[in-house]
Design a protein around this ligand. Structure first.
Ligand code: PLP
Length: 337
């Protein structure tokens, strides 16, 4: 028997989610963040699907950008992280990669680069995330330094990143927007603030450039319910099949560590998927699973390549029945929670 565990990637859903992201800010340019192998969905395939419509892609680092270039992706690629070593600056120039400068040393490395064709760079400003970015009061001096050097092609996109935009009630995002607007007011450069959560829940963060990631894959970017969930389509469906069925008595236990105990005579379905396939090992008893389209609950610890599900309330369950771990009808956010 071949392994029935599958991650099915719906590229039509990816296109539809990208269109939704664009429709929220029709006058912005919306780059598609496909870092970390497109959030696990396959960077090259996702890039090919979106390449004709996006103005640029965002990835974490040079290795991810080169994977796309080697696969023939031609659109500009923004590196969200970079070392600014001489080698990396040369590679950025050769392969049409845009750099994010988030340290004064990066600005110096760009400005002091020996005579070559200018690079495209974004300047990242720390407005409260305190992870990457220069201090807001340095913005104008850093822009001047880059423009005077002639080594950076204007315009320089000014960017920041939100710490708590997933919570629409958290006013820290307003503070970040205010700080950013103040810091960039005199620069006369295009700006970029919004990740997915900003784009969906913080209209004031929509700007010349937006940078959605997670929503493109159909997961809600917000920590509270929001109508956008009904318009996003899950790109990944993780599915498998029932490979064993058994009846157990009240009081008997299921799985490693025996941490699930039947409170009544129960029917347990064994499903061919486990943590080796990417199903989270820490998923607790009660985690929702769809068996034949019906909701059931995880019973017992996740094994390496199997899980057990309580299907007592789904008496028509049979060997070979389809099981969805997340996807249509079972949002990954719900499983994650
Ligand atoms: C990952 C990332 C994004 C995308 O964030 P989502 O929350 O997935 O939309 C945008 N900007 C930066 C700088 C990032 O690192």
């Amino acid at each position: 028997m071949s392994n029935p565990a599958r991650a099915i990637i719906d590229l039509g859903a990816l296109r539809s989610n990208y269109e939704l992201a664009c429709s929220l800010a029709p006058s912005s340019r919306t780059l598609a963040v496909i870092k970390a192998n497109a959030y696990g969905h396959g960077a090259v395939t996702c890039a090919r699907t979106l390449e004709e419509t996006v103005p640029a892609f965002g990835v974490c680092c040079m290795e991810e950008a080169m994977e796309l270039r080697e696969a023939g992706i031609r659109k500009p690629i923004l590196l969200l992280r970079a070392s600014f070593s001489a080698d990396e600056l040369d590679a950025a120039a050769e392969h049409g990669l845009w750099l994010s400068a988030y340290e004064e040393a990066h600005v110096e490395a760009l400005a002091g680069r020996p005579g070559h064709e200018p690079l495209t760079a974004w300047l990242k400003i720390d407005t409260g995330m305190h992870r990457l970015g220069i201090r807001p009061e340095l913005v104008n001096a850093m822009i001047q330094r880059l423009l005077d050097s002639g080594k950076v092609r204007p315009p320089i996109v000014l960017a920041t990143h939100f710490a708590a935009a997933d919570d629409p009630a958290n006013s820290f995002t307003d503070e970040q927007i205010d700080r950013f607007r103040t810091a960039t007011r005199d620069a006369g450069m295009p700006v970029s603030m919004a990740n997915s959560a900003g784009l969906v829940a913080w209209p004031g963060s929509r700007a010349e450039w937006n940078r959605p990631g997670i929503m493109l894959y159909g997961a809600s970017p917000l920590s509270t319910p929001h109508e956008v969930e009904d318009r996003l389509r899950p790109v990944m469906q993780l599915e498998s099949r029932v490979i064993a069925l058994r009846r157990i008595e009240a009081g008997e236990t299921v799985g490693y560590t025996r941490n699930w105990r039947a409170t009544q005579p129960s029917v347990i379905a064994t499903v061919a998927i486990g943590y080796a396939d990417g199903y989270p090992r820490h998923a607790p008893n009660g985690t929702p699973v769809l068996v034949n389209g019906h909701r059931a609950r995880l019973a017992g610890r996740v094994s390496m390549d199997m899980i057990s599900v309580d299907v007592t309330d789904i008496p028509e369950t049979r060997l070979g029945d389809p099981v969805v771990l997340w996807g249509r009808g079972l949002p990954v956010n719900e499983v994650a929670a």
